[in-house]
Design a protein around this ligand. Structure first.
Ligand SMILES: C[S@@+](CC[C@H](N)C(=O)[O-])C[C@H]1O[C@@H](n2cnc3c(N)ncnc32)[C@H](O)[C@@H]1O
Length: 257
């Protein structure tokens, strides 16, 4: 019998409820801290984790010493660029890889994949923390995003996607897919790290089959959710920031491409 998405959520009245929760067709959305929300997901129950976690970014946008770093988060219009100077581009980015990666390992089934997007500065940490959490490194994919951040040391036009596996190796569905992925990034972003859903779609289609369950614990505007809807996968999305959560629910609900 086909397992329903909700079979994987442990009913437990003692746990803290999410700030908001809602379900739309095959997607379930939780607004809250992913550590709290993932704690409610049963061990070995998820088929894929595909996520773009928060991390600090370089100050390289300040490439001519102007002090202005384009597109970085400010608490309000009176706040100076101090958040940007600390490498902070949106409000919620305090969580450490070592806090959440072991939870990803726990909820994934055996013989599954975990894709973690990152930049050059955090690549080493992502690999080390993933391996400490129990994963094996399967590959490192490069996303060529067709746009760049200027720096004095080669303009940055790529990001990385570390592909891990839990347990025994599993082939991807479209053998022959190249590790260098050319998909244009989003120019007029609503979220500073918004990703094109086509990128998530490529990963999801390669590592799951229809009706399987994909988790994104840092869903932002729900790009992974749209990719799941488009490809007939179940989606569990968690987002702490209410503003992004609301947009994600609306985008995934309204998506009918
Ligand atoms: C890099 S962004 C993801 C953007 C997403 N890929 C998209 O296309 O919109 C990471 C997201 O994680 C959220 N976040 C940060 N800490 C969190 C936490 N502890 N629990 C859940 N979400 C969190 C942030 O608010 C942010 O929206």
């Amino acid at each position: 019998m086909q397992k329903s998405l909700f079979d994987n959520i442990q009913p437990n009245n003692n746990v803290q409820p999410p700030l908001q929760q809602c379900s739309v067709s095959r997607s379930t959305f939780y607004q809250g801290d992913c550590l709290v929300e993932m704690d409610k997901i049963a061990d070995n129950s998820v088929d894929l984790v595909c996520t773009d976690p928060p991390y600090t970014v370089t100050k390289s946008g300040d490439y001519k010493g102007t002090g202005f770093i384009n597109g970085h988060w400010r608490e309000d219009k009176n706040t100076s660029n101090r958040n940007a100077k600390k490498g902070k581009i949106f409000k919620e980015n305090e969580i450490k890889f070592s806090d959440w990666m072991p939870e990803i390992y726990r909820v994934l089934k055996q013989q599954t994949h975990f894709y973690c997007m990152t930049n050059d500065l955090h690549l080493k940490t992502v690999i080390e923390e993933g391996i400490k959490s129990g994963f094996k490194q399967q590959n490192i994919l490069v996303w060529a995003k067709g746009m760049h951040t200027p720096t004095q040391y080669y303009f940055k036009n790529i990001e990385f996607i570390v592909m891990f596996r839990k347990g025994k190796a599993k082939y991807i569905n479209k053998i022959g897919t190249k590790a260098l992925i050319n998909i244009d990034g989003i120019r007029n972003k609503v979220h500073p790290s918004e990703k094109p859903f086509e990128l998530m779609q490529l990963l999801i289609e390669n590592s799951t089959n229809e009706n399987e369950i994909v988790l994104d614990p840092f869903m932002g505007l729900g790009s992974t959710g749209i990719a799941c809807k488009k490809t007939g996968r179940h989606f569990i999305g968690i987002e702490k920031d209410e503003k992004y959560f609301n947009v994600a629910v609306r985008r995934v609900s309204e998506y009918c491409g």
